[in-house]
Design a protein around this ligand. Sequence first.
Ligand code: ADP
Ligand code: MG
Ligand code: MG
Length: 902
Amino acid sequence: MAAQETVEHKYVYDFAEGNKDLKDLLGGKGANLAEMTNLGLPVPPGFTITTEACKAYLTTGREPDGLAAQIEAHLESLEREMGRKLGDPQDPLLVSVRSGAKFSMPGMMETVLNVGLNDRSVVGLSAQAGGNDRFAWDSYRRLIQMFGKTVCEVPGEEFEHALDDAKRAKGTQNDLDLDADDLRGLVDAYKKIFAKHTGREFPQEPREQLDLAIRAVFESWNAERAVVYRRQERIPADLGTAVNVVAMVFGNLGADSGTGVAFTRDPGSGAQGIYGDYLANAQGEDVVAGIRNTVPLQELEQIDKKSYDELLDYMARLEEHYKDLCDIEFTIERGKLWMLQTRVGKRTAAAAFVIAGQLVDEGLIDLDEALHRVNGAQLAQLMFPRFRLDHEFQPVAKGIGASPGAASGKVVFTSARAVELAAEGESVILVRRETNPDDLNGMIAAKGILTSRGGKTSHAAVVARGMGKTCVSGADELDVNVPAKKFIVAGQTVTEGDIVSIDGTTGKVYLGEVPVMPSEVVQYFEGSLDPEHIDNPLVRAVHRIMTHADEKRRLRVRTNADTGADAARARRFGAEGIGLCRTEHMFLGDRRELVERLILASTDEEREAALAALLPLQREDFIDIFREMDGLPVTVRLIDPPLHEFLPPLEQLAVNVAVAQERGEDVAKEEALLAAVRRMHEENPMLGLRGVRLGLVIPGLFAMQVRAIAEAAVEVTRSGGSACPEIMVPLVGAVQELETVRAEAEKIIAEVVGDSGVEVLIGTMIEVPRAALTAGQIAEAAQFFSFGTNDLTQMGWGFSRDDVEGAFFWRYLELGIFGISPFESIDREGVGRLVRIAAEEGRAARPGLKLGVCGEHGGDPDSVHFFHEVGLDYVSCSPFRVPVARLEAGRAAITTTGSDSR
Ligand code: ADP
Ligand code: MG
Ligand code: MG
């Protein structure tokens, strides 16, 4: 440190000084521009101002010492290299000022093009371009527009209206029809708008333009939409953005110029080939904004074969170099190709699997790396249902399948309305001509997004893919009228609240609600698709990667299942046992009546009779489950919820009694129930008479369940099967509770099991903080622990699960007290610490103690990694999460170079 302090801190890096591994410092865009520069690709020269400079600016509110001088020095060397000077009236250098954070945040932050133009240099620019006045004035009006909007917060619509007015005056819809004079007029109009909103003239001094633009990029890190996006994508809030200053190249110089984006493989399906969009005579942001309709990249071959071939060559080199799908931004200036950006591209879930499989085939990566590059969230997406299509449903339009999935919902036209209806529990489809960053909240709230303009790389498409949200873009048969809240398609008018269905894979749009069916990946897991014999690249890739995950993982994966049917499905999904079989449902339905008798029993005989009647019913339930899980462990939790949950609610009973009395009917039973409910009322039922406490208070209740389990196991085993029951006692906080239950249970088990060879384990849940902290004692009496992380979180934080998420979690998330609800993903430091202590102390007391988790965290990717780290034996989750847990358990077990897979 001391040595460094004497040297001036380096805030600015020339492209030649960086490389792709410096994303923390140079941002993704800057690091990759440097990498391409050093690979010898044609990148316009420039330099990057570091994220550290940004962070310093954001904490102190001013540029750090030395930054201005370093910018000056790098600008001078850029000017030397280009042989032009910023602001030179005869021969000006123009630059772009581009944001670029460590993680790509498409469209979230600011970029200003054509910095350096003013009333005098616009003339010089025209001369540079061989007297192309139109081009020069078009560039200038773009600068005022972008600068006004992003640096000075002038409302963007004002500029758009002025542009529309100019086109209308000209009688055209196409901005290419505006000539130099029209654009000069537009510059005047823009300057007036600028002055009106900012109270000052548009800055003519190029260095001032540059400094203000850099500052605006710094500040855009904290723009509201960027904050919302980061929260959604779980990107840390303190990274800051770098700023790239890049010499301008011009795609708007005429028909031999243009700009485009390209992908080295299809980011939708992963298929190999040439994917992208090209727009002639345009500047970069025109493509992404979906302002004019682009042509498929293949057509560039006809337009400019030399540039096209060169581009394909660079794309191949980039893929080879990054060993992954890359996306690229490029511009052609009068037949000369320039590379303006590349990065490892975002992709759909399906493409992630397919590409990982292909790269293994191509020998670019190994299977561990392939496993590292996919994740459980993507797999979960591939398990979403698909539309079931038959002749009844004809699409009314076909756009671009921009982000896959099948979504139906009510049409809304504004972000605000989407948020409103979603809050009421409605599924909504946000319909727009095109989306922009201000629509982000609506996009998060919507089930799907439908736009009438824009390609695979439009804002809607990129953001939806990032969020894993269904999106159809560029459905240009739709005539969308947002102010009137309607669209017209195929002669029909669809208004707000009407239902539409969109298919983000095929791009098809349907009116009404199309029914759904299981996805191919689910069919594969269900066993109805044979991966070796079908020609579906996705299923083959999933099969291959899952097989590898299963080979690598140390954690076993069980399921939470209460019925034979759930157990059977989970087993097909790869479950290796049941980690949580709840017995509560066995007290519901037509068995309620027996439970009522149990609760109302006033004598031992009455109670025993009720339990005796329940016994055979429970036994049948267990037989069913043990058969389905033949040979695999089944953890059965003794009854857990407070018993009054099985009785009708107080108000309803009170009404029943009153009505019956009115009619002169016999109300004895209702009155008894009502009295019981009153007696059993608890202020805090989650902390009341439940779990093991029930077993200790109600004689015979646990004994009946234990007997039913043991008898079922014996019967299944006698008939040739193999049942491996594990009896789990809930809500234990002290070893004495467990010892009492266990003593009674062991007697019954010994009596029932006899010489049948059945072995029944007895263990406990660890879900009360005290149990975690006294795990050493509890382990003396327990043959296994299963962490109930829902209750452990509830009691660890003191959060009432049913109340907090709606009441104040939004505020906690906003304040960054946690980045995600601790009920969704385990709180490693607090609740996770309890798990760690209990695991260590439990195993110290009883070596080889079996440890698992059965809370909902068992299916959460990040939590699975944590449970792997603390050395649990298994996780248990709902049947549909089983494949996700298998995959993540495999990912947790491999060590890789740790590239950022975001
Ligand atoms: P984003 O992160 O939103 O893609 P960029 O900084 O990449 O923003 O810039 C927006 C658009 O401007 C892109 O299409 C990009 O290719 C184009 N662009 C940026 N810098 C230059 C430049 N120096 N010359 C020409 N076009 C540029
Ligand atoms: Mg941008
Ligand atoms: Mg870009």
